[in-house]
Write a new protein. Structure first.
Length: 535
Protein backbone atom coordinates (compact mmCIF):
# COMPACT_ATOMS: atom_id res chain seq x y z
CA UNK A 1 0.00 0.00 0.00
CA UNK A 2 1.40 3.41 -0.92
CA UNK A 3 2.12 5.97 1.79
CA UNK A 4 3.33 9.56 1.97
CA UNK A 5 6.52 10.06 4.00
CA UNK A 6 8.30 13.33 4.72
CA UNK A 7 11.83 13.55 6.00
CA UNK A 8 13.20 16.74 7.59
CA UNK A 9 14.82 19.00 4.94
CA UNK A 10 13.69 16.81 2.04
CA UNK A 11 11.05 16.78 -0.64
CA UNK A 12 7.86 14.75 -0.25
CA UNK A 13 8.54 11.12 -1.17
CA UNK A 14 5.97 8.58 -2.31
CA UNK A 15 6.82 5.09 -1.09
CA UNK A 16 5.08 1.78 -1.61
CA UNK A 17 5.26 -1.49 0.21
CA UNK A 18 6.09 -3.34 -3.02
CA UNK A 19 9.34 -1.37 -3.59
CA UNK A 20 12.60 -3.12 -2.54
CA UNK A 21 13.88 -2.03 0.83
CA UNK A 22 17.57 -2.66 0.08
CA UNK A 23 19.81 0.21 -1.01
CA UNK A 24 20.60 0.49 -4.72
CA UNK A 25 24.25 -0.08 -5.50
CA UNK A 26 24.76 2.72 -8.04
CA UNK A 27 27.62 2.22 -10.51
CA UNK A 28 30.54 4.57 -10.06
CA UNK A 29 30.32 7.90 -11.89
CA UNK A 30 33.65 6.97 -13.50
CA UNK A 31 32.70 3.40 -14.44
CA UNK A 32 34.51 2.29 -17.59
CA UNK A 33 32.39 2.30 -20.76
CA UNK A 34 31.84 -0.97 -22.59
CA UNK A 35 32.15 -0.98 -26.40
CA UNK A 36 30.76 -3.81 -28.57
CA UNK A 37 32.49 -3.82 -31.98
CA UNK A 38 31.26 -6.03 -34.83
CA UNK A 39 30.28 -6.31 -38.45
CA UNK A 40 26.74 -6.89 -39.73
CA UNK A 41 24.88 -10.19 -39.16
CA UNK A 42 27.30 -11.49 -36.51
CA UNK A 43 24.79 -11.94 -33.63
CA UNK A 44 25.95 -8.64 -32.17
CA UNK A 45 22.33 -7.70 -31.43
CA UNK A 46 22.01 -10.88 -29.36
CA UNK A 47 25.06 -9.91 -27.26
CA UNK A 48 23.91 -6.27 -26.98
CA UNK A 49 20.53 -7.45 -25.70
CA UNK A 50 22.29 -9.54 -23.02
CA UNK A 51 24.01 -6.39 -21.73
CA UNK A 52 20.74 -4.47 -22.04
CA UNK A 53 18.99 -6.86 -19.67
CA UNK A 54 21.20 -5.77 -16.78
CA UNK A 55 19.81 -3.07 -14.44
CA UNK A 56 23.25 -1.47 -14.15
CA UNK A 57 23.59 -0.54 -17.84
CA UNK A 58 22.44 1.91 -20.46
CA UNK A 59 22.91 -0.15 -23.64
CA UNK A 60 22.95 2.10 -26.72
CA UNK A 61 22.19 0.28 -29.97
CA UNK A 62 24.09 1.10 -33.18
CA UNK A 63 25.59 4.42 -32.01
CA UNK A 64 26.82 5.25 -35.55
CA UNK A 65 23.66 4.21 -37.43
CA UNK A 66 22.79 6.77 -40.10
CA UNK A 67 19.10 6.77 -39.08
CA UNK A 68 19.99 8.56 -35.81
CA UNK A 69 20.49 11.82 -37.74
CA UNK A 70 16.75 11.96 -38.54
CA UNK A 71 15.35 9.92 -35.66
CA UNK A 72 11.96 11.12 -34.38
CA UNK A 73 10.30 10.13 -31.12
CA UNK A 74 7.26 8.91 -33.06
CA UNK A 75 9.49 6.34 -34.85
CA UNK A 76 11.03 4.78 -31.75
CA UNK A 77 8.37 2.19 -31.00
CA UNK A 78 7.94 1.07 -34.61
CA UNK A 79 11.65 0.32 -35.04
CA UNK A 80 11.81 -3.15 -33.49
CA UNK A 81 12.80 -6.76 -34.16
CA UNK A 82 9.43 -7.53 -35.82
CA UNK A 83 9.42 -4.56 -38.22
CA UNK A 84 11.79 -6.33 -40.65
CA UNK A 85 13.27 -9.77 -41.32
CA UNK A 86 15.79 -9.35 -38.51
CA UNK A 87 15.82 -12.86 -37.01
CA UNK A 88 16.60 -11.12 -33.72
CA UNK A 89 15.23 -12.33 -30.40
CA UNK A 90 12.09 -10.63 -29.09
CA UNK A 91 12.92 -7.53 -27.07
CA UNK A 92 11.92 -3.88 -26.63
CA UNK A 93 12.43 -1.48 -29.60
CA UNK A 94 16.06 -0.97 -30.51
CA UNK A 95 16.51 2.75 -29.93
CA UNK A 96 14.51 3.67 -26.82
CA UNK A 97 17.77 4.50 -24.99
CA UNK A 98 17.91 7.56 -27.27
CA UNK A 99 14.46 8.76 -26.13
CA UNK A 100 15.69 11.77 -24.14
CA UNK A 101 18.60 12.50 -26.48
CA UNK A 102 16.60 13.65 -29.51
CA UNK A 103 17.15 17.38 -30.06
CA UNK A 104 14.27 19.43 -31.44
CA UNK A 105 11.88 17.61 -33.74
CA UNK A 106 14.37 15.03 -34.99
CA UNK A 107 17.93 13.80 -34.73
CA UNK A 108 20.04 12.60 -31.80
CA UNK A 109 22.04 15.45 -30.30
CA UNK A 110 25.61 15.63 -31.62
CA UNK A 111 25.18 12.94 -34.30
CA UNK A 112 25.57 13.55 -38.04
CA UNK A 113 24.99 11.07 -40.86
CA UNK A 114 28.64 11.42 -42.00
CA UNK A 115 29.68 9.47 -38.90
CA UNK A 116 28.12 6.29 -40.30
CA UNK A 117 30.36 5.59 -43.29
CA UNK A 118 32.28 8.75 -44.22
CA UNK A 119 34.15 8.40 -40.92
CA UNK A 120 34.18 4.58 -41.05
CA UNK A 121 37.98 4.77 -41.23
CA UNK A 122 39.78 7.69 -39.51
CA UNK A 123 41.52 10.18 -41.78
CA UNK A 124 44.92 8.87 -40.65
CA UNK A 125 43.92 5.23 -41.21
CA UNK A 126 43.86 2.72 -38.38
CA UNK A 127 46.47 4.79 -36.51
CA UNK A 128 44.41 7.96 -36.86
CA UNK A 129 42.02 9.49 -34.36
CA UNK A 130 38.27 9.88 -34.39
CA UNK A 131 37.01 13.34 -35.34
CA UNK A 132 36.24 16.05 -32.79
CA UNK A 133 32.55 15.68 -33.67
CA UNK A 134 32.64 11.92 -33.00
CA UNK A 135 34.40 12.47 -29.66
CA UNK A 136 31.89 15.12 -28.60
CA UNK A 137 29.01 12.80 -29.51
CA UNK A 138 30.40 9.71 -27.74
CA UNK A 139 31.32 11.83 -24.70
CA UNK A 140 27.69 12.96 -24.58
CA UNK A 141 26.36 9.38 -24.64
CA UNK A 142 28.75 8.27 -21.89
CA UNK A 143 28.00 11.32 -19.75
CA UNK A 144 24.24 10.86 -20.13
CA UNK A 145 24.50 7.24 -18.99
CA UNK A 146 26.66 8.10 -15.97
CA UNK A 147 24.34 10.93 -14.96
CA UNK A 148 21.61 8.28 -14.78
CA UNK A 149 23.88 6.11 -12.58
CA UNK A 150 24.39 3.51 -15.31
CA UNK A 151 27.36 1.87 -16.97
CA UNK A 152 27.42 2.97 -20.64
CA UNK A 153 27.38 0.13 -23.17
CA UNK A 154 27.90 1.32 -26.75
CA UNK A 155 27.40 -1.09 -29.64
CA UNK A 156 27.83 -0.56 -33.35
CA UNK A 157 28.30 -2.58 -36.51
CA UNK A 158 29.96 0.45 -38.12
CA UNK A 159 32.91 0.78 -35.74
CA UNK A 160 35.37 -1.89 -36.99
CA UNK A 161 37.41 0.65 -38.96
CA UNK A 162 37.76 2.94 -35.92
CA UNK A 163 37.99 0.33 -33.16
CA UNK A 164 41.65 1.13 -32.45
CA UNK A 165 40.93 4.88 -32.40
CA UNK A 166 38.00 4.43 -30.00
CA UNK A 167 40.08 2.14 -27.78
CA UNK A 168 42.84 4.77 -27.52
CA UNK A 169 40.35 7.56 -26.84
CA UNK A 170 38.21 5.63 -24.34
CA UNK A 171 40.11 3.19 -22.13
CA UNK A 172 37.56 0.67 -20.98
CA UNK A 173 36.29 -2.72 -22.00
CA UNK A 174 36.32 -3.17 -25.78
CA UNK A 175 34.74 -6.41 -27.01
CA UNK A 176 35.07 -7.75 -30.56
CA UNK A 177 32.18 -9.97 -31.68
CA UNK A 178 32.60 -12.14 -34.77
CA UNK A 179 30.93 -15.02 -36.50
CA UNK A 180 32.25 -17.69 -38.85
CA UNK A 181 32.65 -15.79 -42.10
CA UNK A 182 30.87 -18.28 -44.33
CA UNK A 183 27.85 -18.28 -41.99
CA UNK A 184 27.85 -14.46 -42.18
CA UNK A 185 28.05 -14.60 -46.00
CA UNK A 186 25.06 -16.96 -46.03
CA UNK A 187 23.06 -14.47 -43.94
CA UNK A 188 23.90 -11.66 -46.40
CA UNK A 189 22.89 -13.95 -49.28
CA UNK A 190 19.58 -14.92 -47.70
CA UNK A 191 18.56 -11.30 -47.23
CA UNK A 192 19.67 -10.46 -50.78
CA UNK A 193 17.38 -13.18 -52.15
CA UNK A 194 14.52 -11.34 -50.44
CA UNK A 195 15.51 -8.06 -52.08
CA UNK A 196 17.51 -6.61 -49.18
CA UNK A 197 21.01 -5.75 -50.44
CA UNK A 198 21.72 -3.14 -47.76
CA UNK A 199 24.70 -4.96 -46.23
CA UNK A 200 26.37 -5.66 -49.57
CA UNK A 201 25.73 -2.08 -50.69
CA UNK A 202 27.28 -0.41 -47.63
CA UNK A 203 30.28 -2.78 -47.83
CA UNK A 204 30.86 -1.80 -51.46
CA UNK A 205 30.32 1.86 -50.55
CA UNK A 206 33.14 1.76 -47.99
CA UNK A 207 35.49 -0.22 -50.26
CA UNK A 208 34.96 1.89 -53.40
CA UNK A 209 35.16 5.25 -51.62
CA UNK A 210 37.93 4.51 -49.13
CA UNK A 211 41.23 6.40 -48.87
CA UNK A 212 42.88 3.21 -47.60
CA UNK A 213 45.27 1.80 -50.21
CA UNK A 214 44.51 -1.88 -49.54
CA UNK A 215 40.74 -1.36 -49.84
CA UNK A 216 41.25 0.61 -53.06
CA UNK A 217 43.33 -2.29 -54.39
CA UNK A 218 40.54 -4.71 -53.48
CA UNK A 219 38.10 -2.47 -55.35
CA UNK A 220 40.34 -2.59 -58.44
CA UNK A 221 41.16 -6.31 -58.28
CA UNK A 222 37.55 -7.39 -57.75
CA UNK A 223 35.26 -4.91 -59.54
CA UNK A 224 31.48 -5.17 -59.25
CA UNK A 225 28.76 -3.12 -60.90
CA UNK A 226 25.81 -4.50 -58.94
CA UNK A 227 25.04 -7.04 -56.25
CA UNK A 228 25.09 -10.58 -57.63
CA UNK A 229 25.27 -13.28 -54.96
CA UNK A 230 26.78 -15.72 -57.51
CA UNK A 231 29.61 -13.31 -58.37
CA UNK A 232 33.00 -14.55 -57.15
CA UNK A 233 34.29 -10.97 -57.00
CA UNK A 234 31.57 -10.03 -54.50
CA UNK A 235 32.58 -13.01 -52.35
CA UNK A 236 36.28 -12.03 -52.49
CA UNK A 237 35.36 -8.47 -51.49
CA UNK A 238 33.34 -9.76 -48.56
CA UNK A 239 36.17 -12.01 -47.31
CA UNK A 240 39.09 -9.61 -47.61
CA UNK A 241 37.15 -6.60 -46.35
CA UNK A 242 36.33 -8.42 -43.11
CA UNK A 243 39.72 -10.07 -42.64
CA UNK A 244 41.44 -6.70 -43.11
CA UNK A 245 39.21 -4.96 -40.57
CA UNK A 246 39.55 -7.81 -38.05
CA UNK A 247 43.36 -7.71 -38.39
CA UNK A 248 43.39 -4.11 -37.17
CA UNK A 249 40.59 -4.38 -34.58
CA UNK A 250 41.82 -7.50 -32.79
CA UNK A 251 44.61 -5.93 -30.72
CA UNK A 252 42.44 -3.00 -29.67
CA UNK A 253 39.94 -5.29 -27.93
CA UNK A 254 40.35 -6.80 -24.50
CA UNK A 255 37.84 -9.58 -25.21
CA UNK A 256 37.16 -11.40 -28.49
CA UNK A 257 33.98 -13.48 -28.66
CA UNK A 258 33.19 -16.11 -31.30
CA UNK A 259 29.41 -16.25 -30.97
CA UNK A 260 29.13 -19.78 -32.38
CA UNK A 261 31.51 -21.13 -29.72
CA UNK A 262 29.26 -19.76 -26.96
CA UNK A 263 27.21 -22.94 -27.48
CA UNK A 264 30.02 -24.68 -25.62
CA UNK A 265 29.43 -24.35 -21.87
CA UNK A 266 33.15 -24.09 -21.01
CA UNK A 267 33.73 -21.36 -23.61
CA UNK A 268 30.56 -19.59 -22.45
CA UNK A 269 31.71 -19.64 -18.81
CA UNK A 270 35.17 -18.36 -19.78
CA UNK A 271 33.73 -15.42 -21.72
CA UNK A 272 31.28 -14.58 -18.93
CA UNK A 273 34.14 -14.57 -16.42
CA UNK A 274 36.29 -12.30 -18.62
CA UNK A 275 33.41 -9.83 -18.98
CA UNK A 276 32.76 -9.89 -15.24
CA UNK A 277 36.45 -9.31 -14.43
CA UNK A 278 36.68 -6.39 -16.85
CA UNK A 279 33.31 -4.72 -16.25
CA UNK A 280 31.92 -6.19 -12.99
CA UNK A 281 28.80 -7.08 -15.03
CA UNK A 282 27.27 -10.56 -14.82
CA UNK A 283 26.31 -11.14 -18.46
CA UNK A 284 24.47 -14.35 -19.31
CA UNK A 285 25.70 -15.82 -22.60
CA UNK A 286 23.51 -18.91 -22.59
CA UNK A 287 21.24 -19.75 -25.50
CA UNK A 288 23.70 -19.02 -28.32
CA UNK A 289 22.90 -20.75 -31.61
CA UNK A 290 24.62 -21.31 -34.93
CA UNK A 291 22.39 -20.65 -37.92
CA UNK A 292 23.30 -21.25 -41.55
CA UNK A 293 21.00 -19.96 -44.24
CA UNK A 294 21.97 -20.24 -47.89
CA UNK A 295 24.88 -19.72 -50.28
CA UNK A 296 24.53 -19.90 -54.06
CA UNK A 297 28.25 -19.43 -54.69
CA UNK A 298 29.60 -21.77 -57.41
CA UNK A 299 33.35 -22.10 -57.85
CA UNK A 300 34.72 -23.82 -60.97
CA UNK A 301 38.44 -23.70 -60.17
CA UNK A 302 38.59 -24.79 -56.55
CA UNK A 303 42.39 -24.79 -56.25
CA UNK A 304 42.74 -21.26 -57.61
CA UNK A 305 39.91 -20.07 -55.39
CA UNK A 306 41.46 -21.46 -52.21
CA UNK A 307 44.96 -20.26 -53.05
CA UNK A 308 43.68 -16.74 -53.85
CA UNK A 309 42.12 -16.57 -50.40
CA UNK A 310 45.32 -17.74 -48.73
CA UNK A 311 47.61 -15.42 -50.68
CA UNK A 312 45.50 -12.34 -49.97
CA UNK A 313 45.27 -13.43 -46.34
CA UNK A 314 49.10 -13.44 -46.23
CA UNK A 315 49.11 -9.87 -47.52
CA UNK A 316 46.57 -8.85 -44.88
CA UNK A 317 48.62 -10.57 -42.16
CA UNK A 318 51.60 -8.49 -43.28
CA UNK A 319 49.66 -5.34 -42.33
CA UNK A 320 48.52 -6.75 -38.97
CA UNK A 321 50.03 -4.95 -35.93
CA UNK A 322 51.00 -8.15 -34.06
CA UNK A 323 51.55 -11.86 -34.64
CA UNK A 324 48.47 -12.55 -32.50
CA UNK A 325 46.21 -10.54 -34.82
CA UNK A 326 47.83 -12.20 -37.86
CA UNK A 327 47.19 -15.66 -36.38
CA UNK A 328 43.59 -14.66 -35.63
CA UNK A 329 43.00 -13.63 -39.25
CA UNK A 330 44.68 -16.74 -40.60
CA UNK A 331 42.45 -18.93 -38.45
CA UNK A 332 39.34 -17.12 -39.71
CA UNK A 333 40.42 -17.63 -43.33
CA UNK A 334 41.12 -21.34 -42.84
CA UNK A 335 37.78 -21.80 -41.07
CA UNK A 336 36.09 -20.07 -44.00
CA UNK A 337 37.74 -22.41 -46.51
CA UNK A 338 36.74 -25.43 -44.43
CA UNK A 339 33.12 -24.26 -44.10
CA UNK A 340 32.88 -23.45 -47.81
CA UNK A 341 34.39 -26.83 -48.76
CA UNK A 342 31.93 -28.65 -46.58
CA UNK A 343 28.95 -26.68 -47.90
CA UNK A 344 30.07 -27.00 -51.52
CA UNK A 345 30.42 -30.78 -51.20
CA UNK A 346 26.95 -31.29 -49.77
CA UNK A 347 24.98 -28.73 -51.79
CA UNK A 348 26.57 -28.69 -55.26
CA UNK A 349 23.81 -30.64 -57.04
CA UNK A 350 21.01 -29.23 -54.94
CA UNK A 351 22.34 -25.72 -55.45
CA UNK A 352 22.28 -26.06 -59.25
CA UNK A 353 18.63 -27.13 -59.24
CA UNK A 354 17.77 -24.49 -56.67
CA UNK A 355 19.29 -21.75 -58.83
CA UNK A 356 17.21 -22.88 -61.84
CA UNK A 357 14.09 -23.01 -59.69
CA UNK A 358 14.91 -19.66 -58.20
CA UNK A 359 15.43 -18.12 -61.63
CA UNK A 360 12.04 -19.37 -62.88
CA UNK A 361 10.42 -18.27 -59.62
CA UNK A 362 11.88 -14.84 -60.06
CA UNK A 363 10.57 -14.70 -63.64
CA UNK A 364 7.08 -15.79 -62.53
CA UNK A 365 7.24 -13.41 -59.64
CA UNK A 366 8.18 -10.60 -62.01
CA UNK A 367 5.18 -11.39 -64.26
CA UNK A 368 2.86 -11.43 -61.27
CA UNK A 369 4.38 -8.25 -60.06
CA UNK A 370 3.78 -6.62 -63.46
CA UNK A 371 0.10 -7.67 -63.37
CA UNK A 372 -0.26 -6.37 -59.83
CA UNK A 373 1.43 -3.13 -60.79
CA UNK A 374 -0.84 -2.76 -63.86
CA UNK A 375 -3.94 -3.38 -61.73
CA UNK A 376 -2.71 -0.95 -59.12
CA UNK A 377 -1.97 1.61 -61.82
CA UNK A 378 -5.46 1.21 -63.33
CA UNK A 379 -7.07 1.55 -59.92
CA UNK A 380 -4.95 4.58 -59.18
CA UNK A 381 -5.91 6.16 -62.52
CA UNK A 382 -9.64 5.51 -61.82
CA UNK A 383 -9.32 7.04 -58.39
CA UNK A 384 -7.48 9.96 -59.94
CA UNK A 385 -10.27 10.47 -62.49
CA UNK A 386 -12.90 10.42 -59.75
CA UNK A 387 -10.86 12.86 -57.73
CA UNK A 388 -10.52 15.16 -60.76
CA UNK A 389 -14.29 15.04 -61.40
CA UNK A 390 -14.97 15.95 -57.78
CA UNK A 391 -12.37 18.66 -57.98
CA UNK A 392 -13.92 20.04 -61.21
CA UNK A 393 -17.37 20.13 -59.58
CA UNK A 394 -15.88 21.99 -56.66
CA UNK A 395 -14.15 24.41 -59.02
CA UNK A 396 -17.47 25.16 -60.82
CA UNK A 397 -19.26 25.85 -57.56
CA UNK A 398 -16.39 27.99 -56.41
CA UNK A 399 -16.47 29.89 -59.74
CA UNK A 400 -20.18 30.69 -59.38
CA UNK A 401 -19.68 31.85 -55.82
CA UNK A 402 -16.68 33.89 -56.88
CA UNK A 403 -18.71 35.53 -59.70
CA UNK A 404 -21.30 36.73 -57.17
CA UNK A 405 -18.62 37.98 -54.85
CA UNK A 406 -16.88 39.59 -57.82
CA UNK A 407 -19.94 41.78 -58.66
CA UNK A 408 -20.22 42.92 -55.07
CA UNK A 409 -16.51 43.51 -54.95
CA UNK A 410 -16.64 45.55 -58.18
CA UNK A 411 -19.31 47.91 -56.80
CA UNK A 412 -17.39 48.35 -53.59
CA UNK A 413 -14.19 48.97 -55.50
CA UNK A 414 -15.93 51.65 -57.65
CA UNK A 415 -16.93 53.57 -54.52
CA UNK A 416 -13.46 53.18 -53.10
CA UNK A 417 -12.00 54.37 -56.43
CA UNK A 418 -14.12 57.58 -56.37
CA UNK A 419 -12.97 58.29 -52.83
CA UNK A 420 -9.42 57.57 -53.86
CA UNK A 421 -9.66 59.98 -56.86
CA UNK A 422 -10.96 62.79 -54.60
CA UNK A 423 -8.14 62.10 -52.18
CA UNK A 424 -5.62 62.18 -55.02
CA UNK A 425 -6.98 65.55 -56.24
CA UNK A 426 -6.75 66.99 -52.74
CA UNK A 427 -3.22 65.66 -52.37
CA UNK A 428 -2.36 67.20 -55.78
CA UNK A 429 -3.47 70.66 -54.57
CA UNK A 430 -1.50 70.25 -51.39
CA UNK A 431 1.51 69.20 -53.43
CA UNK A 432 1.23 72.31 -55.65
CA UNK A 433 1.02 74.54 -52.56
CA UNK A 434 4.01 72.76 -51.10
CA UNK A 435 6.01 73.31 -54.30
CA UNK A 436 5.23 77.10 -54.22
CA UNK A 437 6.39 77.26 -50.63
CA UNK A 438 9.48 75.33 -51.62
CA UNK A 439 10.27 77.87 -54.42
CA UNK A 440 9.83 80.79 -51.95
CA UNK A 441 12.12 79.08 -49.51
CA UNK A 442 14.66 78.54 -52.29
CA UNK A 443 14.57 82.30 -53.13
CA UNK A 444 15.01 83.20 -49.46
CA UNK A 445 17.86 80.77 -49.20
CA UNK A 446 19.58 82.41 -52.20
CA UNK A 447 19.24 85.86 -50.60
CA UNK A 448 20.65 84.50 -47.37
CA UNK A 449 23.56 83.04 -49.32
CA UNK A 450 24.37 86.48 -50.86
CA UNK A 451 24.17 88.20 -47.47
CA UNK A 452 26.31 85.51 -45.98
CA UNK A 453 28.87 86.02 -48.72
CA UNK A 454 28.96 89.81 -48.06
CA UNK A 455 29.30 89.24 -44.32
CA UNK A 456 32.11 86.77 -44.97
CA UNK A 457 33.97 89.42 -47.11
CA UNK A 458 33.50 92.07 -44.37
CA UNK A 459 34.75 89.65 -41.76
CA UNK A 460 37.80 88.89 -43.91
CA UNK A 461 38.53 92.69 -44.19
CA UNK A 462 38.15 93.19 -40.43
CA UNK A 463 40.40 90.22 -39.84
CA UNK A 464 43.01 91.75 -42.20
CA UNK A 465 42.86 95.13 -40.42
CA UNK A 466 43.05 93.41 -37.07
CA UNK A 467 46.17 91.60 -38.16
CA UNK A 468 47.74 94.92 -39.34
CA UNK A 469 46.79 96.57 -36.01
CA UNK A 470 48.37 93.70 -34.15
CA UNK A 471 51.59 94.12 -36.14
CA UNK A 472 51.65 97.94 -35.48
CA UNK A 473 51.00 97.33 -31.79
CA UNK A 474 53.90 94.90 -31.73
CA UNK A 475 56.20 97.52 -33.34
CA UNK A 476 55.14 100.21 -30.79
CA UNK A 477 55.76 97.82 -27.95
CA UNK A 478 59.17 97.05 -29.39
CA UNK A 479 60.12 100.79 -29.62
CA UNK A 480 58.76 101.37 -26.11
CA UNK A 481 60.86 98.53 -24.75
CA UNK A 482 63.96 99.99 -26.49
CA UNK A 483 63.39 103.55 -25.16
CA UNK A 484 62.70 102.19 -21.68
CA UNK A 485 66.01 100.36 -21.84
CA UNK A 486 67.79 103.60 -22.90
CA UNK A 487 66.11 105.60 -20.11
CA UNK A 488 67.13 103.02 -17.55
CA UNK A 489 70.69 103.24 -18.82
CA UNK A 490 70.65 107.07 -18.67
CA UNK A 491 69.15 106.90 -15.18
CA UNK A 492 72.00 104.68 -14.12
CA UNK A 493 74.56 107.11 -15.58
CA UNK A 494 72.84 110.08 -13.83
CA UNK A 495 73.08 108.24 -10.55
CA UNK A 496 76.80 107.77 -11.18
CA UNK A 497 77.18 111.54 -12.10
CA UNK A 498 75.19 112.52 -9.02
CA UNK A 499 77.61 110.55 -6.91
CA UNK A 500 80.58 112.23 -8.59
CA UNK A 501 79.03 115.75 -8.16
CA UNK A 502 78.44 115.01 -4.52
CA UNK A 503 82.03 114.03 -4.28
CA UNK A 504 83.14 117.23 -6.15
CA UNK A 505 81.00 119.44 -3.92
CA UNK A 506 82.70 117.91 -0.97
CA UNK A 507 86.08 118.58 -2.58
CA UNK A 508 85.03 122.22 -3.34
CA UNK A 509 84.24 122.80 0.25
CA UNK A 510 87.67 121.57 1.09
CA UNK A 511 89.24 123.61 -1.75
CA UNK A 512 87.62 126.84 -0.58
CA UNK A 513 89.86 126.57 2.32
CA UNK A 514 92.89 126.21 -0.01
CA UNK A 515 94.76 128.66 -2.28
CA UNK A 516 92.97 130.08 -5.40
CA UNK A 517 94.96 128.02 -7.89
CA UNK A 518 93.55 124.81 -6.58
CA UNK A 519 90.04 126.26 -6.76
CA UNK A 520 90.40 127.10 -10.40
CA UNK A 521 91.60 123.57 -11.15
CA UNK A 522 88.65 122.07 -9.42
CA UNK A 523 86.27 124.38 -11.24
CA UNK A 524 87.68 123.34 -14.59
CA UNK A 525 87.47 119.64 -13.56
CA UNK A 526 83.80 120.12 -12.61
CA UNK A 527 83.08 121.78 -15.94
CA UNK A 528 84.66 118.98 -17.92
CA UNK A 529 82.82 116.42 -15.86
CA UNK A 530 79.43 118.12 -16.48
CA UNK A 531 80.13 118.34 -20.22
CA UNK A 532 81.02 114.70 -20.34
CA UNK A 533 77.81 113.78 -18.56
CA UNK A 534 75.69 115.98 -20.83
CA UNK A 535 77.28 114.57 -23.95
Amino acid sequence: MAAIQRRPGSRTVLTASFLPTTDINWPSATAKPVFLHSSFRTSSTWLWERFRRLPETTAYYEIFHEMLADLEISHLMGNNYASWDSRHPAHAPYLIEFLNLIEGERGVKGFTSDMAFKSFLPIGGFDGDITIEEKTYVDFLIRHSRENHKIPVLSCTRSLGRTAALSRQYPGCHILIHRQLFDQWASYTSLSLKGDNYYFNVMNLVIDNSCDQFLLNISTCFPTTHVNIQDNNLFYRFIFFHLYLYAHAFDACEIVIDVAKCRNSDYQATMEQKIRQSTSLAVDLSGAKRNFEVSLLSIDDRASFIDTIRQFTKIICGTAPTTESADFVTALAEQLIEDWNHNDFHTRRMRSGYIEHLTSSFALGNERQLVIEAQSKAAAEGAARNALAEELSGVKAAFEMNSKHSAEMQARLSDELAIAMATVEKLSDELSHFRNEQETMASDNEELRRESKSLRAALDLIASELNASRQSHQEVLSRFDKQTSQLLHTYAELNVAKAEITKLNHLLKIAQQQPPTLMRRLARFKTRTLRRIIN
